[in-house]
Design a protein around this ligand. Structure first.
Ligand code: NAD
Ligand code: DAU
Length: 332
């Protein structure tokens, strides 16, 4: 594999993947990204122009997609509408990008015989009870809760159908909650870090007892690179780093790390249909493909992430005011 097409490569996890490839491999990358509110050219700044090209376009536009897929050795498909809260207020773009966009890419992969890796989420499995040892595995039944997660579930099923019916050479990965640099300030961890930097109290939905299974974006990237190179075609791999924490603990950790009182946060109105708990069993990826995360301690990764937002205000500042006014309208 010499030339990769990375969709959504100007977003959070996609741009981290492109940085990872530049540092650890010799592949060249074409990024296809629509630069929605969530995409940011600045996330790709400083990367070698002879190895990274950004094409601004829509994954649901076959006229844009087809020639790019024809030239690529593989597609790594990150592009999506990704925020649950947005999907609760305007689901339409989620259907267009997550379902029709994935369909458009799959048709191109089928036409040109191109290897396809689909990036998905643990949210397709719904949620788990608090305080149980149960975790998601590759055979957990799909039970998505939100418009976002149901469109991601639909996209996974399209990939499976294109493998079975048309022989598309695809793999799927379902990962847990990512954190790290270049994450949009609408998301939980960067929202709270940048609030504290602005002297604003963090906002916890409901009681804050919901649990997420945190993984650093670099560990997600190494897992995707492993699956792309060594994964079995047609298979699904779950990606997680045993990072379960409830939201209250995360907010208290951020406040403490940033020199504030641990209880200096506010409770705000809860998210509709809020999933209680996610937890990933990544045994298949670890035992069959030999993958392991490098960030073994969430606290360590969180500290470097806080430092990144502290040092990169120019990157997040332009998005902050508009994001917070959207939340004010929602009472969150
Ligand atoms: P993000 O919102 O930060 O980035 C999405 C990117 O896709 C943006 O750059 C945006 O401009 C682009 N995009 C949106 N619609 C497009 C379209 N129609 N055509 C081309 N580009 C388009 O999202 P993220 O958090 O980086 O998530 C990336 C992928 O990883 C998604 O598929 C998401 O479902 C999946 N995922 C995310 C997490 C997480 O914790 N954030 C965890 C597991 C899986
Ligand atoms: O599990 C993987 C998923 O993780 C991805 O598929 C999604 O794309 C990604 O956005 C993320 O979804 P969540 O809904 O879990 O992430 P979010 O950052 O929106 O919220 C994390 C938790 O924090 C969730 O329980 C809601 C809560 N929350 C969020 C915000 C923005 C708060 O308590 N306060 C907040 O201000």
């Amino acid at each position: 594999m010499k030339n990769l097409l990375v969709t959504g490569g100007a977003g959070f996890i996609g741009s981290n993947f492109v940085h990872y490839l530049m540092e650890r491999t010799d592949v060249s990358v074409t990024v296809l990204d629509k630069l929605t509110y969530a995409g940011n050219r600045a996330s790709l700044e400083g990367l070698a122009p002879e190895r990274v090209q950004l094409i601004v376009g829509d994954i649901a536009d076959a006229a844009v997609v087809d020639p790019l897929v024809e030239r690529a050795d593989a597609i790594v498909h990150y592009a999506a509408e990704s925020h649950n809260d947005n999907s609760l207020h305007d689901p339409r773009p989620f259907l267009d990008t997550n379902i029709t966009g994935t369909y458009t890419l799959l048709e191109a992969a089928r036409r040109y015989g191109t290897r396809f890796h689909h990036i998905s989420t643990d949210e397709v499995y719904g949620d788990l009870e608090l305080g149980t040892p149960e975790r998601f595995t590759e055979s957990t039944p799909y039970k998505p809760s939100s418009p976002y997660s149901s469109t991601k579930a639909a996209s996974d099923l399209l990939v499976r159908a294109w493998v079975r019916s048309f022989g598309v050479r695809a793999t799927i990965s379902n990962c847990s909650n990512n954190y790290g640099p270049y994450q949009h300030v609408e998301k939980f961890i960067p929202r709270q870090i940048t609030n504290v930097l602005d002297g604003v109290r963090p906002k916890l939905y409901g009681e804050g007892l919901n649990v997420r299974d945190w993984i650093h974006a670099d560990d997600h990237s190494s897992a995707v690179w492993t699956i792309l190179n060594r994964g079995e075609l047609g298979q699904t791999y779950l990606i997680g780093a045993d990072g379960e924490r409830n939201n209250r603990d995360v907010v208290e950790l951020i406040l403490t790390e940033m020199g504030q009182a641990a209880d200096a946060y506010d409770h705000v109105v809860d998210r509709a249909g809020h999933d209680l708990r996610y937890a990933i069993d990544s045994s298949r990826l670890r035992t069959e493909l030999g993958w392991a995360p490098e960030f073994e301690r969430f606290e360590q990764g969180l500290r470097t992430t806080i430092a990144w937002y502290h040092d990169n205000e120019a990157w997040w500042r332009p998005q902050k005011a508009a994001t917070e006014s959207r939340y004010v309208e929602l009472g969150q």
